[in-house]
Design a protein. Structure first.
Lengths: 117, 148
């Protein structure tokens, strides 16, 4: 019933030459997504910023939001900058409601997010 | 097909995570037939999903012998959704989530469901069955509410 969560890691450069890690998620992000979501975060190396790509995410529930907050907790400990892009307008609203936007900038697409770093 | 006042749709879900998506889809279909704008339908889908997840996890404790009932009732200007489980209901409303406390590890990162339900629909209430046989969440969205 739930669509499996998948996560891949890309390394790209921001317009200023800064190295950026992109975690690209697909499927659902829910209580069954702990291993792919937090596992992907544990594989982020270096100290540069991280972009969270939600372009291919169909469904996020409160358990999934809790996993995203856990990534923000880890980022906060090391002062790592995090931004997200590709959320639908509804989930941009939800992320803003719960306060995630305070800790991760929300952008419509990857170029916009990269430019804001 | 037109949803007229008094139309009722009922769904029974197994107490297994993931089946909240069946209720989401059903609620979205009924709301669309009633003429709700897409933004409100997305709000309803998330609220219904969270209500079902709570019923599955906390009301029925993931016991697949128990089902979660979802009853959608349309009137001329609103859609009511009741999500029914076998639990005893909530003792008290949780406080509003605090993102700063969550990010700093001072508050459980979970616990957003009830807040989202209240924030996304026009009415959300938690009701214990008067005969002590379960409880339900009642969610209402109204057609006259302007989209965000």
């Amino acid at each position: 019933m739930q669509t499996e969560t998948k996560a891949t890691i890309d390394h790209i450069s921001a317009p200023g030459g800064q190295s950026v890690t992109v975690l690209r998620f697909s499927g659902d992000i829910s209580s069954s997504s702990k291993e792919p979501v937090l596992g992907a975060w544990q594989n982020v190396n270096g100290g540069g910023p991280v972009l969270l790509d939600f372009c291919k995410v169909d469904y996020i529930n409160s358990s999934g939001i809790a996993l995203i907050i856990q990534m923000l907790m880890e980022a906060d400990k090391t002062g790592r900058k995090v931004a997200a892009f590709g959320l639908t307008p509804h989930f941009q609203k939800v992320f803003t409601m719960v306060g995630i936007a305070k800790y991760a900038g929300l952008y419509k697409d990857e170029p916009t997010a990269l430019a804001a770093l | 097909m037109i949803v007229t006042a008094g139309t009722t749709v009922e769904v029974r879900l197994p107490s297994r995570l993931g089946f909240e998506k069946v209720a989401m889809g059903t609620a979205a279909s009924v709301a669309a037939l009633m003429g709700f704008p897409s933004e409100r339908i997305e709000d309803l889908k998330t609220a219904v999903a969270e209500a079902c997840i709570n019923a599955i996890e906390h009301g029925n404790h993931l016991n697949e012998q128990l089902s979660v009932g979802v009853i959608l009732s349309a009137t001329s200007d609103e859609l009511e959704v009741k999500v029914i489980d076998n639990g005893s209901g909530i003792a008290k409303q949780p406080s509003k989530p605090d993102i700063d406390r969550k990010v700093h590890g001072e508050e459980d990162p979970r616990g957003m469901g009830m807040f989202l339900m209240q924030a996304l629909v026009d009415e959300a209430e938690w009701v214990k069955d008067s005969k002590g046989k379960g409880s339900y969440v009642r969610l209402v969205i109204r057609l006259d509410k302007e989209s965000d």
